[in-house]
Every structure is written in structure tokens, then in C-alpha cells.
Design a protein around this ligand. Sequence first.
Ligand code: HGY
Ligand code: MN
Ligand code: MN
Length: 417
Amino acid sequence: MTGTMPRAEKILSRINELASVSEAAKGITRRYGTAAAVEAGEKVRGWMRAAGLRVRVDAIGNIRGIWKSENAGADRLVIASHIDTVIDAGRWDGPLGVVMGLDLLENIISSGRKLPFDVELIAFCDEEGVRFHTTYLGSKVVAGSFERDMLDRKDGEGVSLREVIGMIGGNVEALEGDAIPPDQWLGYFEIHIEQGPVLYEKKAPVALVKGIAGQVRAEVVFKGMAGHAGTVPMDMRKDALCGAAAFILAVEELAARAGSGLVATVGKLQIANAASNVIPGEVVCSVDIRSADEVVLSQGHLQLKELCEAIGAQRALEVIWTVVQSSSPVVCDGRMNELLGKSIRRAGYEVLELVSGAGHDAVPISAVSPVCMLFVRCYKGISHHPQEHVETEDLAAAIVVADEFIHQLSEIWKYPL
Ligand code: HGY
Ligand code: MN
Ligand code: MN
């Protein structure tokens, strides 16, 4: 592993360089289509070009670098992750998979190794979905599943996705053409921090991902009646915020009681025309529901929706429940995982298999390609937080595993047989 420490240090310096690009004065924030997001993309584009890849920015803003094999008609292995972030984010969630994928390719190219398949390295432009509250915009274009009605979604300032794509030099008419044809996919490989505490507790540097939890994201509007905080008697109020508050605590209670791996979170809450002397008339909140089990997920979604409607009826509030994004649980590819497990073992580590509670770009890609993910330990599992951290030694360990995995794939996918 000491042999890969210089490569690990180079990965760390690039992670830190990307972390210095933010739309906020304090902390790391790079929402889709902002100047910071474009600047980060340009940085990655420069690194890819310097590595000798054929680089382009696609119609929605993904940064894509291809390394062609000498085999005409070879299939394509995609190595990818995202470079957009949540607000006040950590520096590893997303960029790790892009910067480590770049290192793998630089190492292959500099060693003169020939690959039997093409490799496309992609920095996806919007996995988190923070700006338009719907996730995987970049990877859905590559998977060919981008829904055009998303183009009319507006951000908090009322700017549409269509306008933002135009502003960054994208092309809404070319989105479909930027999908990788289904028959060209060999597979998809994403390296990502675990974003959970298991590897930290087990003192293990890496794990393979068995599956990815399904998720439902909804927007809930509570409509009551605004009024004067000083004159409306308590028993005559239709307080939208109290209704939302009752719902938010009920979400926590139902998910905690349900067990069976269901999790549910209210992460956003907006009060229309908020003022300390006005009874809130309208409130909007988000609900994020997840489970690795399809049945648990759909039951949880139904129960939470019914709970919301019951609270609305009790308090004479109108409630509007809109699903803005949903994805089923994903099972990662058995054959690729077998090779990844072999690579972890050859690197001298225990083969741990985890299910990801976090969503990843592998989710939309799994509809058109076998997907495989390597998790890397992060400090106490902390993520979506500035304290997100990966030890350099764990980067070095992940490099050894990933190098071996590419070698294993090359042994299997020989062209022409
Ligand atoms: O929300 C998620 O699971 C991911 O961070 N987009
Ligand atoms: Mn994330
Ligand atoms: Mn991520």
C-alpha cells in the first residue's frame, strides 16, 4: 500500500483544490448550474485533458473524458461520480469517485497498459438535486432516462432548469443524444465514501456495495388561514405551521417505530410571508423516505401520506402531497461484485458487503448497465457535513483495490474472444 501513497496524496490535493471552489463565502456549496459548479467542472476538464483523455462537456453539463481501447467496437466501462454538493457540504461526497477514477486512468495510461474495453470517466453535474429538488439530472441524461418535464422545474429564485442549461452553454435539444446507447455498456463503477459508520466501527478501509436503498421525495403544502397573531382566538385558528409541526414529529415517530430499515426525514421547511405577528397561512415542507426493501418503502410512503391527510383533516387544513422524485431499490451486479470482492481479498482486506442508505448516480444507470460500487471509510460516517473526512491511508488502500478490479475486468472482458 505504501506504493500507492504518492497517488493518494495527489488525490487528496485535487480533492482540496475542488473544495476551494464554492458559491458560498464560507463552506463548500456547489449547486447545479452555478458559477462555482461550472468552475469546478472546468478544473476537472483540465485534469482529464492533461491525462490524455478525449474530453467534452455534454448537453446538461456533465464533464466526460474517454480513453479508447484499440479494440474496434469495444464496449464501455463508465467510471463516475458527481461534483455538485449539498449546502455547506463535505469535500469527499462525489469528488472522491471522480478524482480517484482519474487517478486509475492516469496510472493505466502512464504504464502503457492496454485495456480491452473503452473507459469513460464522468463528473456528473447534478446528483444531489439541491437546486431543483430532483436528483440525478446528469446521470439520467447519460442513462437516457431524463424526463423533459423536468425542464420547467424552477429553483428558489424562479429560474427554470431549461434557462439554467442555456445559461451554462448546454443544449436542451441535445439531451437525448448524450445517452450512452444501451448496447455499448460493459458496466458502471463508482467509488464513494460510505457516508455511514460501519467501516469506521469495523476499522476497515473499504467495502463492496450489495445494493442501494430506494427513495421517495415528496413536497407537502399545508394551507390554513393567515391571521393576526394578537386577535384570532386559539380555537378559531387554521395554523399551517402547527399542522406541519405535528406532521414533522409524526414522521420521526412513525419511521422510528416502523424499524425494518425505514428512514424518513423532513429537511426543508418554508413559511410563506413569515412574520412574528402573523399566524402562518401556508407552509411547504419536504419529505425524504427510504428503504432497501420495496414493500417497506411503498408502505412507509402510503402511511406517511395518510398521516399527513389525517392531520390536515383534524386541523381543517388543506394538504397537498406531491411526489417529486422516486427510485426503487437497486441490486448491484453479482458478477462485477464477485470481481470486486476478489480484488478486495487480493489487496489483503476482509470483504465486507454493505447496503447504501444514500442514493448514488448508480441508481439511474442501473436501468441500462450492471453497476458496482466501492465504499471507502469516512470519519465516523459523517457526511453532508464539513467534518466529512477520509484518511490518506484509506485512499491508498482503495487505489490498490480499484487497480486490481480494473485488472480483473480486463481479464474477463477480452475482445474479440
Ligand atoms: O440523498 C442522497 O442520498 C444523496 O446524497 N444524493
Ligand atoms: Mn450526497
Ligand atoms: Mn454522493
